[in-house]
Design a protein around this ligand. Structure first.
Ligand code: TNX
Length: 509
């Protein structure tokens, strides 16, 4: 059994063995998916999959049928018979998912990054027509709290694609670090990417590790990530946090803040920082300029501008911010939050993109053109959908993978206060049954969150992400996957695959 559970899969007797003489046909727009299959199978299998000569049957054939009404943007039809493999889709994205299904149907050794010895590359006879329920199936990776180098992100893309997840939401900036270079504002990374130390333990702790943490990407690296992800059917959605969670920017450019002449360092604590961006014109100009550079690197239709956890005390105290609120006719300075995000949203829409932000309650104050990510408990998703927002569900009790998955003492340090176990992730229904159809129709999908206050290494990230990410992928793809009769047996088959992929499942230090 494979993960996510295909919408429909029939198994037949026998199998097909892919041998060294096996050919591949993938013409026209199907070629890229054919190349992907070659790239993915080569390290373990060494199979060359040469192109099939014209007029000859290929062992594996990939084809596009744009007129197929049932397969949509991402669906595919796969038929394995004792004589070969036939994969068809309406769009290249569907072919890529079919390629991942094929990888899971092969013996797990096919997933190794080195030659496997003496494994017959048998694929069971199956027929599947497989279409996802949601167009947004993602993972947010926080590279702001702890920087992760490019290879980590490339591997993450591979693991997403393997589970038919199609969005990598990249949290590039926060109080503790700014990871995206800007040619207009070079100090964002020169100053804002390094903090002097890290808090040890939960927010409010008084212990620190007393060593610097830093890192940032080059534009070339980010472009490479975008390209690599696109080849695998993954969209990289960048996030630049504003107006809160922006202390790294304030450390680099103090004039963006609310207190003239004040200098702040890059934050070394966890939690909600009360220093936020100011609301004067220079700040909006800064955000537009930085986002302009972001748009140049990331073709994603959606651009995330944060918007969460923005304390407004500095605005209440600042004469300038109070004046601005009054000029705008706002009832209170705290309404500057929605106003700020709304202005930046307009900018993104003018540039042909869709603004996206976190929503911690039903009144995040942004116009309906914003897509929102409700992340707290309660019916905030429903309320947002009723107000006309598209929503991507990110409820913390079932999608926050930075919380431990059990109360075992062997669990590595994570966020306190919650256990997010595998079952909770699998049970997460993005649009619960009591939502009315119009609200349900606003749900684009769901995603997992890998906040990285407590993730410093790839081993830790693996440990927290797996197998919970498998559960999220299953739920996001197929509404009918049952915990007991579908997911758990599939996960048993999946274990050797995760192992072959080199995923760490032991308690990291
Ligand atoms: C809340 S969710 C945050 C993050 C933290 C996370 C820890 C959200 C939009 N903000 O800044 O990293 O909790 O679980």
């Amino acid at each position: 059994m494979i993960i996510p559970k295909p919408a429909r899969l029939l198994r037949g007797p026998g199998d097909f063995t892919l041998g060294p003489a096996g050919t591949l046909r993938a013409d026209g727009e199907a070629r890229a998916a054919g190349d992907l299959l070659r790239t993915l199978l080569a390290p373990a299998t060494g199979l060359p999959l040469p192109p099939a000569p014209a007029g000859e049957e290929a062992a594996v054939e990939l084809s596009l049928d744009p007129a197929d009404p049932d397969l949509g943007e991402e669906g595919y039809h796969l038929r394995v018979t004792p004589f070969g493999v036939r994969l068809r889709a309406a769009r290249p994205a569907g072919l890529r998912h079919g390629v991942q299904t094929l990888r899971q149907l092969l013996p797990p050794e096919a997933l190794l990054d080195r030659p496997a010895q003496d494994v017959p590359w048998r694929i069971p006879v199956v027929e599947t027509t497989d279409v996802p329920r949601y167009p947004w199936r993602g993972v947010m990776v926080d590279v702001a709290r702890h920087f992760q180098p490019l290879p980590f992100l490339l591997r993450t893309v591979d693991l997403l694609a393997f589970h038919k997840l199609n969005v990598l939401h990249l949290h590039l900036t926060d109080d503790q670090g700014w990871r995206m270079p800007s040619s207009a504002y070079p100090l964002l990374t020169e100053i804002g990417s390094v903090r002097a130390r890290s808090m040890l333990g939960q927010a409010g702790s008084t212990r620190y590790d007393d060593r610097p943490h830093g890192g940032s990407y080059t534009v070339a690296e980010l472009r490479r990530l975008v390209r690599y992800a696109a080849e695998r059917g993954v969209t990289v959605v960048p996030e630049i946090e504003m107006p809160g969670h922006a202390r790294a920017a304030l450390a680099a450019y103090p004039h963006l803040g609310n207190v003239p002449g004040r200098r702040l360092d890059v934050w070394t604590d966890w939690g909600v920082c009360e220093n936020v961006l100011g609301v004067h014109d220079e700040v909006l100009e800064f955000c537009r300029t930085v986002l302009g550079e972001v748009l140049d690197v990331f073709p994603s239709p959606y651009i995330h501008i944060g918007g969460d956890e923005c304390p407004t005390a500095e605005w209440e105290r600042s004469p300038d911010a109070r004046r601005r609120a009054a000029e705008l006719g706002l009832a209170a300075p705290k309404e500057l939050h929605g106003w700020f995000l709304g202005r930046i949203g307009e900018f993104l829409i003018e540039r042909g993109r869709r603004p996206l932000c976190w929503a911690e309650d039903s009144s995040c104050g942004v116009p309906p053109e914003f897509t929102v990510m409700p992340w707290r408990d309660g019916d905030h998703g429903l309320a947002a959908a009723r107000r006309g927002h598209d929503v991507v569900m990110a409820p913390h009790r079932s999608t926050y993978l930075d919380y431990p998955q059990s109360d075992a003492p062997t669990e590595p340090l994570g966020q306190a206060g919650e256990i997010v176990d595998l079952r909770a992730v699998h049970d997460n229904e993005p649009a619960p049954a009591h939502w009315e159809p119009a609200a349900t129709a606003r749900v684009l999908g769901t995603q997992a969150q890998l906040w990285s206050e407590f993730i410093t290494t790839a081993e830790q990230a693996d440990y927290l992400a797996f197998p919970r990410l498998c559960a999220l992928a299953d739920r996001a793809w197929n509404p009918s996957s049952d915990w007991t009769t579908d997911f758990l047996p599939a996960l048993r088959d999946h274990g050797p695959r995760l192992h072959a992929l080199g995923i760490n499942r032991t308690t990291p230090r």
